[in-house]
Ligand binder design. Structure first.
Ligand code: DGJ
Length: 733
């Protein structure tokens, strides 16, 4: 049992293999947070260091007033969940307005329930379990007697992983409407703020760069107000103790299983106590709960690691690849090597061109051909036809089915690009249903990439997407879908939502999208779905519930990719990271790098090519053929086991990533260089997590290495040229 309850003292102790999370009921009915961190045995004396009263006496809770004015101050005590309107004046986790205009929420503890396993969240993506022994779920019942608001806090505590998932369900048991203005899924009060904060910042073509900054009294937050989780910030942050590094020290990681507007941050109070929060962004959010209605906040996942950032990432990787990803491809580490025509042709392709590409691709070992944007309507530029999902007659004279058959006849599988959530103003769909795009009556509509966003709050729009996707996917042997999404939400409004609920539209959009994806996944369980959003925008845990993998970035330059893949690997496993080799000079950044390095870097994700292969020289084709063979021989190592970030890209040195297969018998060690050192000599790179008593043979050679030597002295890496890379494969003897 991972949840222990001391009934007498009303203390809840949630335990994972290496962590403890403790809170208690204090006074008559408040919840006081006592501890989150490395596992401890007992809660005794955790309250010794609490500051019960602080300067600024306005914050004494009425319930404790009888103890004397200097006894208890809500504003400095660690709360389990903070409310606006209480004497806790820090950032509230919950803020609502009631029908009488009041904004005070003051719920009291009513009881708890523990159940084995973990409930799925209605209409929302969430981590799941496969049997009851994997985790227990604690529900804490809170009730505001004045308004009738009931809140249930859910904690699912895993027995064999250092994971606690959290969410909150609000239910209106009163007689009047309740407007929820903020509802965080997770809030944790720490007793100090001696942390570094780690988050992932980015932009198009430079997604998810790791930034580590000391936490200060100014606090910090990451967020999206763009309607999707976006390129700018990921719905993730970590707090690391100052001495924590890649493999050592305490780290708390928080990941949000949601793809829309989010906020996550840390506030450091006047006593230097950190409050962490994560939830739907309260910016432009209001959710009306009529009597009898409920609202479920999306899930937040908390991971504790006493083995540094690497330990945190491996916990996320294991959890997400086995208990968030679903379906047939979840356990399929051997996914196809693909070629995508986008960078090779953009919109300017013919069927003949595609078949020429496919023929050569087949020759060099590619397994799947993906036809990208431009195959439908009259789309020859990014200025029309989104919504008109029928074949472009000039480009595909025999339709999608005809092309797919010809590709199949060449011995390749066939995949297709869609951008289902969008509509072009120049499209039959928009002309027929102008009201189906998100808009506000009487206001202009801004375009992004010449397109509007469909109003997925509307059931008929959801049905339309499911219908045309179904028709297309049934019309041809399509085994793979790339689901793209290329603009942000503006003029957020929906004619189908009443005026008082307009601030629900962004979240209702996400619920509509999740519903569409759920229906399509159920209908097409054998299709491999890859998500995409202008490269790697919206690559979040919410999307991984529906998409087997995700296009990590439009940037395929080997140097920039190291930063992107390193940051992405903070939370996402390699098996989910679409990663392709493109041409040189790189189309976006003009860098020239060796094909082998581009290959090795792409092999650290779901491998493929993104180029006009008809333009490759014979030498390049030979090398590509070797790469395909090599990748197929190692993909199980990369995707089945654990990843260790041995060296982060920095200065002249590139990344070094180590992958140990699930059975521990094979190791792939990818090492990259950024800029060559003059007068260089072989440098040793210490590998990690090997068996010190085992011997490892370097694949393809007779060289055998002592495991301890590889870890404690290191593998000698010969000097490399600018932007080069190597991959070493070891097999345990
Ligand atoms: C953006 C994606 O990131 C690209 O890979 C490509 O699919 C284009 N959209 C097509 O418009």
């Amino acid at each position: 049992m991972s949840i222990k309850v001391n009934e007498q003292e009303k203390v809840f102790h949630l335990q994972t293999p290496d962590s403890s999370y403790i809170f208690r009921v204090y006074g008559k009915s408040r919840l006081l947070h006592l501890y989150y961190g490395k596992k401890i045995n007992d809660h005794a004396h955790l309250e010794d260091s609490l500051r019960w009263f602080g300067a600024g006496g306005a914050s004494i809770d009425a319930e404790f007033a009888h103890l004397g004015s200097k006894s208890v101050s809500f504003d400095i005590l660690p709360q389990e969940y903070g409310f606006f309107g209480s004497p806790d004046l820090r950032k509230p986790a919950f803020h609502a307005q009631y029908a009488d205009g009041s904004r005070i929420t003051c719920p009291v503890y009513e009881g708890y329930r523990i159940t084995p396993s973990k409930p799925r969240l209605e209409g929302l993506p969430s981590v799941y379990t496969e049997n009851d022994s994997e985790c227990d779920t604690l529900e804490i019942f809170m009730k505001d007697e004045v308004t009738g608001l009931r809140l249930t806090y859910l904690y699912s505590v895993f027995n064999d992983r250092d994971v606690i998932t959290r969410t909150v369900i609000a239910h209106n048991e009163g007689k009047q409407n309740i407007d929820i203005k903020a509802i965080m899924s997770l809030m944790i009060d720490f007793k100090d703020d001696d942390f570094d904060l780690i988050h992932l910042e980015g932009n198009w073509a430079r997604e998810r760069h790791v930034e580590r900054v000391p936490l200060s009294r100014m606090g910090a937050n990451v967020y999206s107000r763009r309607g999707l989780s976006a390129h700018d910030h990921s719905p993730f942050l970590a707090l690391a103790r100052k001495n924590a590094d890649e493999e050592h020290g305490d780290v708390y990681g928080f990941s949000f299983v949601y793809s829309g507007n989010f906020e996550a941050g840390v506030e450091s109070d006047r006593y230097n106590q950190a409050r962490v929060y994560m939830g739907i962004n309260s910016f432009d959010f209001n959710w009306r709960l009529e009597p009898g209605q409920s609202f479920t906040a999306p899930e937040a996942v908390a991971v504790f690691s006493s083995k540094g950032l690497g330990g945190m990432s491996r916990t996320f990787h294991k959890l997400y690849k086995s208990r968030l990803c679903r379906g047939k491809f979840r356990d399929k580490v051997e996914r196809p090597v693909l070629i995508n025509n986008w960078e090779g042709t953009r919109f300017a392709f013919t069927e003949e061109k595609i078949l020429d590409m496919a023929k050569i691709a087949k020759r060099v070992g590619v397994e799947l051909f993906v036809l990208d944007d431009g195959w439908f309507g009259k789309r020859d530029e990014a200025d029309s036809s989104l919504g008109d999902w029928y074949p472009h007659k000039e480009k595909l004279p025999d339709g999608v089915a005809g092309l797919a058959k010809k590709i199949n006849d060449l011995g390749l599988d066939f995949g297709l690009w869609f951008e289902p959530e969008m509509v072009s103003p120049d499209s039959d769909l928009y002309r027929a249903h102008p009201d189906w795009a998100l808009h506000v009556e009487g206001r202009g509509m801004s375009q992004g990439r010449n397109q509007y966003v469909l109003d997925l709050t509307r059931k008929e729009v959801q049905d339309y997407i499911v219908k045309f996707m179904t028709e297309n996917l049934e019309s041809a042997p399509i085994v793979y879908v790339k689901w793209d999404y290329n603009r942000h939400l503006t003029e957020v409004g929906s004619a189908s939502v009443p005026p008082e609920r307009q601030a629900e539209v962004s979240h209702r959009y996400m619920l509509g999208l999740y519903s569409v994806l759920e229906r399509l996944r159920a209908r097409f369980p054998d299709i491999l779905f890859e998500g995409c959003s202008g490269g790697g925008g919206r690559f979040d845990a919410g999307m991984l519930y529906y998409f087997d993998q995700y296009w990590t970035s439009d940037m395929t330059d080997v140097v920039e990719r190291q930063f992107i893949q390193e940051g992405t690997s903070m939370v996402m496993p390699a098996i989910t990271m679409g990663s392709h080799v493109s041409i040189c000079p790189n189309v976006h950044i003009k860098r020239v790098s060796p094909l082998r390095a581009r290959g090795y870097c792409a092999m650290c994700g779901q491998f493929g090519y993104e180029l006009d292969i008809t333009k490759c020289s014979e030498e390049e084709l030979d090398e590509i053929a070797e790469q395909s063979v090599f990748y197929k021989s190692i993909r199980e190592i990369i995707h089945s086991g654990e990843m260790y970030r041995v060296r982060s890209p920095k200065g002249r040195d590139g990344a070094a990533w180590e992958y140990i297969s699930e059975d521990g018998k094979s190791v792939a060690f990818a090492v990259f260089n950024i800029l060559a050192y003059p007068s260089n000599y072989p440098r040793r790179l210490r590998m990690t997590a090997l068996d010190p008593d085992a011997r490892y043979r370097l694949r393809g050679t007779d060289e055998v290495y002592d495991g301890a030597m590889l870890m404690y002295s290191g593998l000698a890496i010969q000097p490399m040229d600018d932007f080069d890379g190597q991959m070493f494969i070891f097999d345990k003897e």
